[in-house]
Ligand binder design. Structure first.
Ligand SMILES: Nc1ncnc2c1ncn2[C@@H]1O[C@H](COP(=O)(O)OP(=O)(O)O)[C@@H](O)[C@H]1O
Ligand SMILES: C[C@@](O)(CCOP(=O)(O)OP(=O)(O)O)CC(=O)O
Length: 186
C-alpha cells in the first residue's frame, strides 16, 4: 500500500513542528506514519561519531551541539543528489495511508516529493514569532539560522496551509482540525 496523502511540514527551529505533528499522530493513530528527513542524517552522524541517536532525535539541547556539522555534511550530500535523504526517509517508512513528513526545509525537498508522489502532496508551514521561539529555547546561531536549512522556504508562497503556532495562536484542537481538513482519503 502506498500513501494516499503526504503532509509536508515546514517551520523554523522551535516553531513547533514536532509538537504539532506528534499531536496529529495521536489523533490519526495507526492510519499515519511520521517521517523525518533528518532521521537518516542523524543516524549517520550518531554512527560515525559514536553519539546517542535518541538524544539527537529529541528536542533537547544535545542535537544543537552537532547541528552545524550535520548541516554542512548534509549540504554536501544534497549537492550530489538533492533527494537523497527524502528517499531514505521514505524507504524506511511503514505502509500507512497518511505520511506526515515533519521537517521539510528546502524547496528541493518539496520538489522531490512532488516529482515522486505527484498530487497527493499537501504543504503546511508552521510559523511562530521570535519571542515565542526564544521562550522555547531558540537562540540565533550564525551558520545555522541564516542558511538554507532554516531560510530556504522563507520565500515559498504556495503553502496549502499556514498555521500560527506563536503569540495569538488558535487552540491546539483548532490547529489540528485545520490540518485534518486537508486530508481526503477517497
Ligand atoms: N502550541 C504549543 N504549546 C505548548 N508548547 C509548545 C507548542 N508548540 C511547541 N511547543 C514546545 O516548544 C518546544 C519546541 O517545539 P518543537 O516541536 O520541538 O519545535 P521544532 O520541532 O519546530 O523545532 C517543545 O518543547 C514543544 O513542546
Ligand atoms: C541537520 C538537520 O537535519 C538537523 C535538523 O534537526 P531537527 O529536524 O531535529 O531540527 P528542529 O526540529 O527544527 O529543531 C538540519 C538540516 O539542514 O537538514
Amino acid at each position: 500500500m502506498s500513501p494516499k496523502v503526504i503532509l509536508l511540514f515546514s517551520g523554523k527551529r522551535k516553531s513547533g513542528k514536532d509538537f504539532l505533528t506528534d499531536h496529529l499522530q495521536e489523533l490519526l493513530k495507526d492510519r499515519c506514519e511520521i517521517l523525518k528527513i533528518s532521521q537518516p542524517i542523524k543516524s549517520h552522524w550518531a554512527r560515525e561519531n559514536n553519539l546517542n541517536l535518541n538524544e539527537l532525535l529529541s528536542d533537547n539541547e544535545y542535537k544543537e551541539q552537532y547541528r552545524l556539522d550535520m548541516i554542512k555534511w548534509s549540504e554536501a550530500m544534497r549537492d550530489k543528489d538533492y533527494g537523497c535523504f527524502c528517499k531514505q526517509a521514505c524507504l524506511n517508512a511503514a505502509d500507512k495511508p497518511i505520511w506526515i513528513v515533519s521537517d521539510i526545509r528546502r524547496k528541493t525537498d518539496i520538489q522531490w516529493f512532488k516529482e515522486t508522489y505527484k498530487d497527493i502532496i499537501k504543504t503546511i508551514r508552521i510559523c511562530a514569532d521570535d519571542d515565542t521561539r526564544r521562550a522555547r529555547g531558540y537562540q540565533f546561531k550564525s551558520g545555522v539560522d541564516d542558511v538554507a536549512s532554516e531560510c530556504d522556504l522563507d520565500d515559498y508562497t504556495e503553502w496549502d496551509l499556514v498555521i500560527n503556532n506563536g503569540e495569538g495562536r488558535q487552540p491546539l484542537k483548532e490547529q489540528l482540525s485545520s490540518i485534518i481538513s486537508l486530508i481526503s482519503l477517497s
